[in-house]
Design a protein around this ligand. Structure first.
Ligand code: ZN
Length: 259
């Protein structure tokens, strides 16, 4: 249970592309919003290279993904959404100074109670995710004498293959393309062990609703659409984080959600 001192405070969650937020920590964001915090989500890019036909620059796709992101934000109760214009696919080395300046300005403006972003493994060694991790870590480190606690999202190794298997049992057939072009086993493969587990079982229906808003990323059919509610709760009902080792006397936030 969150203490009342946090009500009305901002949580800043920084990601690379529309859809990162829902899969990695959509339940936690919805739970924080329900607990009275203002959740502000930043995606550094529009995800304009995230087409199922391969990584080509497609501004029209960026517009579609921005619309999908707005719908997902509504499903999760997100109060503020910033969809950046930094180049999808190049976030680790392009616009480094610009993104750093934006993030430091956001931290200065919102004085967030906590910041959430990727860990050093970028969930599955995605260079854009690692770039956003680097920029966000740096922005928090230089944010003053009492930086907000910084939490890195992580996924349990083996969860994505289990999701795929549960969907297959319900008749899902892997499409030729469209499942994020990813290997399910790659999720969490290089993750540090989590130090915080947040129970979001009651928020799984909203997390699923948000995930399914990102239709352009789901391809013709997606295992999430085949996941029975009981399996969804079992496989997506906990979210995992580890806390960055940055000295601060700012009170911990996500620790209050852990049982
Ligand atoms: Zn991403």
């Amino acid at each position: 249970m969150i203490t009342s001192a946090f009500i009305g405070r901002t949580v800043l969650a920084v990601f690379a592309h529309p859809d990162d937020e829902s899969l990695s920590c959509g339940g936690t964001l919805a739970r924080l919003a329900d607990d009275g915090l203002r959740v502000v989500v930043v995606t550094a890019s529009h995800g304009e290279r995230g087409g199922t036909d391969g990584p080509v620059h497609d501004p029209a796709l960026g517009d579609i993904r921005a619309r999908e992101m707005r719908a997902a934000a509504e499903a999760l109760g997100i109060a503020g959404l910033i969809i950046g214009d930094h180049p999808d696919g190049e976030l680790r080395w392009a616009h480094v100074g610009e993104l750093h300046a934006e993030l430091t300005a956001l931290i200065r403006h919102h004085q967030p109670a906590a910041v959430i972003t990727f860990g050093a493994d970028g969930l599955y060694w995605h260079a854009d995710h690692i770039g956003v991790y680097e920029r966000t870590l740096m922005a928090v480190q230089v944010s003053g004498a009492e930086p907000p606690p910084l939490y890195h999202v992580t996924m349990q190794r083996g969860v994505m293959p289990e999701i795929v298997n549960a969907a297959k049992r319900r008749g899902w057939m892997p499409p030729q393309k469209g499942f994020w072009s990813l290997i399910p086993e790659s999720f969490g493969i290089a993750a540090e062990p989590p130090t915080l587990t947040v129970d979001v079982g009651d928020w799984v229906p909203r997390k699923m609703r948000a995930l399914l808003c990102h239709k352009s990323q789901l391809g013709e059919q997606h295992p999430f659409e085949f996941l029975p509610p009981a399996d969804a709760r079992r496989l997506l009902g906990c979210e995992y984080f580890h806390r960055a080792n940055i000295p601060t006397t700012a009170p911990p936030l996500l620790e209050q959600l852990c049982t």
